[in-house]
Each structure stands twice: as structure tokens, then as C-alpha cells.
Write a protein that binds this ligand. Structure first.
Ligand code: NAP
Length: 292
């Protein structure tokens, strides 16, 4: 359905964020609606932190079927919404709000989105070490995905070590994973002995996106099969991935994770799966990239 065909019967899904102008979710979801011929549309709303509670309350009165949440709302929403999926509760973050006839249900599809992308990439973690850089919502999802893929150690390296400690504690307190995450500072990224064991290193910070530069990483100490994965996605290799490629390592950005979490959200909002490949093609088109 083209946007010109929006009419009084059109059902609306949306994303709330601040900023939100950069979001690729409208392109992905609207491509799936068009492919399925559904009279639905997906809009982006800039919702400030002070307006989040009011915007969430407006979902039902406005008849919005579901909402994705992005920066800076995921963690606050987990405290505002009472009915949370087990995964959203464990992560302390909501990226998906489903309107179930007026009752709002908070869910989180980020960990499953990353988990699926890592599996598609053939990233075998059983018995291996993964390093997650960051300690926010994206990092929490990454730690969970790593443990689900069988990692026996997950080091959480963050600029503010106390936040890494808090994240590691949250997982062990909830008994969510077999082993505890190991909190460190960013100095871990120059620890050649640690890096020599790493099968996967995930960037779950905004470093590179906002700063244009990344912390020092001893890329050459990692084994040849170490996968570098950046949750940030862009047209060109990110500042975290570029040196990894130069060192001959495999390096992948978060476009696949974004597509996967979007496909899972689409199912939750619309109770129907998006046609295979449509959301991915829409994202790659937006990024000006060829499919890979
Ligand atoms: P967040 O909760 O705000 O966490 C931000 C993290 O970045 C914190 O660990 C913070 O460290 C660190 N950080 C920020 N600026 C830094 C700097 N200059 N130097 C060192 N560390 C810095 O954010 P989030 O929601 O986890 O998102 C993190 C990134 O992942 C974002 O770029 C987001 O777009 C991306 N993401 C992508 C997907 C996807 O589908 N591909 C999904 C989720 C998130 P401190 O604790 O020290 O402040």
C-alpha cells in the first residue's frame, strides 16, 4: 500500500525516539506492509524523555498497534510498563510495545535479533570467549546472545567499569545464564593474553558513531577466526571494524541484527510474518549498500 493510499482505516505502528530522524525502521516496516498489501503504515515520532510516559499512554487512545523504542527510551520504558516479557525484564530494556486491546506489553527483540545474525554468520561460541564492549541496553542484549550461543566466558568491557559490574551482577542475580559476565574497563581491549582467546568481540557502544574514533584495541593479538561485530551499522566500515579488516579479521556491522529485530517486531505488531528478504532489501537500499 502506497503512503498516498493512507485513509481513515489505515492502522498505524510507530517508533518513538530522540533523535529518531536517522531511524531505518519506517523504511523496513513500510516495505513489508507494501509487499503484503496491508492497509497499515509505520511512522517515526520524536518523543523526548519528558514526554515518554504521556506518549506511551497515548498508544491505546490513538489506536496505535505497536511501537518500537529507541535511544534514550528502552530502559525507562522497562520501568514504566507493568506487563513485560521475561526477556524484557531480564534485560531491563524494552524495544517493542504491543497494544493488546489497551493493555501494553513490553518486549525486547534485540538479543534474539543478534543471536540469529551470529548463527547465520556461523559464529560458533561453544566453550569460547566473547568480549562485549559497553554496558547499556545493547550490551545487555549482546551478553545474553553470547551466552545463548554457548560462550563459556563473556567479558564486559566498559568505559565506566561500575556499569559493567552492575550488568554482570544483573545476569547472575536473575540466574539467567550459566556463567557470570566478567566486568572490566576498556583496558581489556589491550590485554593481549585475553584477546588471544577471543572468538567474538562485539561493540555495543556508540563509540565511533558520535566520536568518529574508537578506543585502542590490540587487533593483532586476536586469533585469525575472531569475528568483530559492531552493533552500529553504516554504509562504510565503522571505526571499530576498519582496523579489524586491515588486520585480516572478519568484520560485520549490525545491519543484520537490525533487520532481525525488526522482523520479530513486525510479527508481534501484525501477527503475520514479513515476506522473506523485504525488510533487509529496504534497509540496504536506505544505506546505499548492495546486499551481502
Ligand atoms: P546506551 O544504553 O546509551 O549505552 C551506551 C554505551 O556506550 C555505554 O556503555 C557507554 O559507556 C558507551 N559509550 C558512549 N560513549 C562512549 C565514549 N565516547 N567512549 C567510550 N564508551 C562510550 O546505548 P545502547 O542502547 O546500548 O546502544 C549502543 C549502540 O548500539 C548504539 O550505537 C545503538 O544505535 C546500537 N544498537 C544497535 C542495534 C541494532 O539493531 N543494530 C540494537 C541496539 C543498539 P558508559 O557506561 O561509560 O557511559
Amino acid at each position: 500500500m502506497k503512503s498516498s493510499a493512507i485513509n481513515a482505516d489505515t492502522a498505524v505502528a510507530a517508533i518513538f525516539g530522540d533523535p529518531v530522524g536517522h531511524s531505518k525502521s519506517p523504511a523496513m516496516h513500510n516495505a513489508a506492509y507494501a509487499a503484503l498489501g496491508m492497509n497499515r503504515t509505520y511512522a517515526a515520532f520524536r518523543v523526548t524523555s519528558e514526554n515518554l510516559a504521556a506518549a506511551l499512554r497515548a498508544i491505546h487512545p490513538l489506536g496505535i498497534i505497536g511501537v518500537n523504542l529507541t535511544v534514550p527510551h528502552k530502559e525507562v520504558a522497562a520501568r514504566l510498563i507493568k506487563d513485560l516479557s521475561g526477556e524484557a525484564r531480564m534485560l531491563g530494556a524494552v524495544n517493542c510495545v504491543v497494544n493488546r486491546r489497551g493493555a501494553l506489553r513490553g518486549d525486547n527483540t534485540d538479543a534474539r535479533g543478534l543471536d540469529r545474525d551470529l548463527r547465520d554468520l556461523g559464529c560458533e561460541l561453544r566453550g569460547r570467549l566473547a568480549i562485549v564492549i559497553g554496558a547499556g541496553g545493547g550490551a545487555a542484549s549482546s551478553v545474553l546472545a553470547c551466552f545463548r550461543l554457548g560462550a563459556n566466558r563473556v567479558v564486559i568491557a566498559n568505559r565506566t567499569p561500575a556499569r559493567a559490574v552492575a550488568l554482570a551482577r544483573r545476569f547472575s542475580a536473575k540466574g539467567a545464564v550459566r556463567a557470570a559476565g566478567e566486568p572490566r574497563g576498556l583496558d581489556a581491549l589491550m590485554d593481549s593474553k585475553l584477546l588471544a582467546d577471543a572468538r567474538l568481540i562485539v561493540n555495543a557502544t556508540s563509540m565511533g558513531l558520535t566520536t568518529g574514533r574508537f578506543a585502542r584495541v590490540d587487533y593483532s593479538s586476536t586469533p585469525g577466526d575472531c569475528l568483530f561485530y559492531d552493533l552500529i551499522y553504516s554504509r562504510e566500515p565503522t571505526p571499530f571494524l576498519k582496523p579489524a579488516l586491515a588486520a585480516g579479521r572478519r568484520a560485520v556491522d549490525g545491519a543484520g541484527m537490525l533487520v532481525n529485530q525488526g522482523e520479530l517486531a513486525f510479527r508481534l505488531f501484525n501477527r503475520v510474518a514479513p515476506p522473506a528478504g523485504v525488510m533487509r532489501a529496504a534497509l540496504f537500499n536506505e544505506l546505499g549498500r548492495t546486499q551481502s
